[in-house]
Design a protein around this ligand. Structure first.
Ligand SMILES: [Mg+2]
Length: 230
């Protein structure tokens, strides 16, 4: 069956609650590579791409962005320390409803699943690996594709269209205002779920196409994703 529906999932706060592991890995990597106290207190992470976060910290601490060599060394160190930060998480950090929802979507021949996350791809894969979630996502758009989330989302959409090789309806699913802005910037629909850092009322103020407090009522979520709700 040819896929006619595409679902592009954000990672942190949407699929998984990594309990700040990414932030701690950023802090540790900065201290290790720059040999300075990290500058990330108060820097927003939610909905931002990794390089966007990193350079915001760099401008704050150094008054300039990291150069290419510093950036490469930081990201290499980040990928070294991230798995150990994830070891400290509870036995299952997958958000409620996510597994059965992904199973149900993956079982349908008309649905294509992808990632749409500000994490650099190897960081995203590392965050999903402990929970065996990578198997649902053969492709995506990542923070390693673009610094700007709208452009990053555009890469996810382009790859989805290449795979589908026909007309598709695309839905981006995320937990932050930035997910909505980036989806709209690409002319696709967005579902917001209040399982991350952004309060429900602020998400609803974006007037998303779909809104959920969580994905726990996954059968209802699935029906609304497929536009089959009564
Ligand atoms: Mg998120």
């Amino acid at each position: 069956m040819t896929p006619t529906r595409v679902f592009l999932f954000d990672l942190d706060g949407t699929l998984v609650d990594s309990g700040g592991a990414g932030r701690r890995a950023f802090e540790q990597s900065w201290a290790d590579v720059l040999a300075r106290p990290h500058p990330f207190d108060g820097v927003p992470f939610s909905g931002c791409t990794d390089i966007e976060i990193l350079q915001a910290g760099a401008r704050r601490d150094l008054g300039r962005p990291l150069d290419d060599d510093e950036l490469a060394r930081f990201l290499a160190r980040y990928l070294e320390v991230l798995p150990s930060m994830l070891n400290d998480l509870p036995p299952d950090a997958v958000l409620p409803g996510v597994r059965p929802l992904l199973d149900a979507l993956a079982d349908r021949g008309d649905c294509l699943l992808g990632l749409c996350t500000g994490n650099i791809e190897p960081g995203a894969r590392a965050k999903l690996a402990p929970w065996d979630l990578n198997r649902y996502f053969a492709f995506g758009g990542f923070g390693s594709d673009a610094v700007d989330r709208t452009q990053m989302t555009g890469h996810a959409i382009r790859r989805a269209r290449e795979r589908a090789a026909g007309p598709v309806r695309i839905l981006v699913i995320g937990d932050s205002i930035r997910d909505a802005v980036a989806a709209r910037g690409n002319g696709v629909r967005v579902a917001l779920v209040a399982s991350g850092k952004t309060p429900a009322d602020r998400l609803q103020a974006q007037a998303p196409d779909l809104f959920f407090d969580s994905l726990v009522e996954w059968r209802d979520v699935l029906a609304r994703f497929l536009d089959t709700a009564p």
